[in-house]
Design a protein around this ligand. Structure first.
Ligand SMILES: Nc1ncnc2c1ncn2[C@@H]1O[C@H](COP(=O)(O)OP(=O)(O)O)[C@@H](O)[C@H]1O
Ligand SMILES: [Mg+2]
Length: 257
């Protein structure tokens, strides 16, 4: 099982007016073991920054990211990321967008038969069989999000990084996709690092909920969610334990708003 170790990272940006803006301070977190870990925090607290550093897309100022004990210096084939706002290529079909996940990783245009088979099985996995030749604008928001998920899953990552993937969806579609994600997670055996600002989503999905402070983002509180998985098999949101955790988390987050 993979292990991603975020060790005392710190990150500043230069603001448009030239000031130094500390986005994230002394943030440490270890994830792995096939667990579902969610980081929740107020808007602007550094969640996207954290995930981009964890993915090796952005360097840390201080501290480091270790993947299976080795310092990460760039993106790794062991991890893939689902971006905030999906980012599908509008001129490519569903199949073309998912294929891109492999092409970018393999640095080549033409796919082997085995890889084409993988594209098909991944499309089936996310419920997009039959929509291969559709373009993104011909799909609902929920379906577009499934394409984004397929593009990440087709690389068969050990660690899946997700940045508010359901943020732009209506409540019903979001609930359906949350259940689909839990079901997928049960089948693909990946460790997940999930980002959201939605407390209910965080508690419903994860084994561990990490609550961040407002910027500069630090870990404020960590909650273990012991409700049995998979949570779509019963009405987990109606459990007293769910309400208890939600109340603790809300108290904690409220102070940061
Ligand atoms: N490329 C950048 N240049 C300057 N400031 C940035 C950049 N990216 C993010 N920031 C700032 O860093 C802070 C954290 O941003 P972000 O990580 O996107 O937060 P979140 O995802 O929690 O909303 C914000 O104040 C944001 O304006
Ligand atoms: Mg963000």
């Amino acid at each position: 099982m993979p292990e991603l170790d975020i060790v005392s990272v710190r990150k500043s940006y230069r603001s448009p007016t030239g000031e130094n803006l500390l986005a994230l301070a002394d943030f440490s977190l270890k994830i792995g073991g096939g667990r579902f870990v969610t980081v929740v925090g107020p808007s602007g607290c550094g969640k996207t920054t954290l995930l981009r550093m964890a993915a090796g897309l952005v360097p840390t100022d201080v501290g480091e990211i270790r993947l299976d004990g080795a310092r990460l210096t760039g993106p790794s084939p062991k991890m893939s990321m689902v971006f905030q706002g999906i980012g599908l290529m509008p001129w490519k079909t569903v199949a073309g967008n998912v294929t891109l996940g492999i092409q970018l990783q393999a640095h080549r245009h033409k796919l082997a038969d085995k890889e084409l088979g993988l594209v098909n099985s991944t499309l089936e996995l996310v419920g997009l069989k039959g929509f291969e030749h559709y373009y993104p604008h011909q799909l609902s928001g929920g379906m577009q999000q499934r394409v984004g998920l397929a593009r990440a899953l087709v690389r068969q990552p050990e660690i899946l990084l997700m940045d508010e993937p359901f943020g732009a969806l209506d409540a019903q579609t979001r609930a359906v996709l949350q259940d689909e994600l839990l079901s997928l997670w049960g089948r693909v055996n990946s460790t997940v690092l999930f980002i959201t600002h939605d407390l209910d989503e965080a508690i419903y999905l994860s084994d561990l909920v990490v609550i961040m402070s407002r910027r500069p983002g630090r870990i404020k509180q960590v909650l273990e969610v012991k409700l049995p998985q998979p949570r779509y098999r019963y009405d987990a949101r109606a459990e007293p334990e769910f309400a208890r955790l939600r109340s603790i988390a809300w108290q904690s987050i409220k102070e940061e708003l």
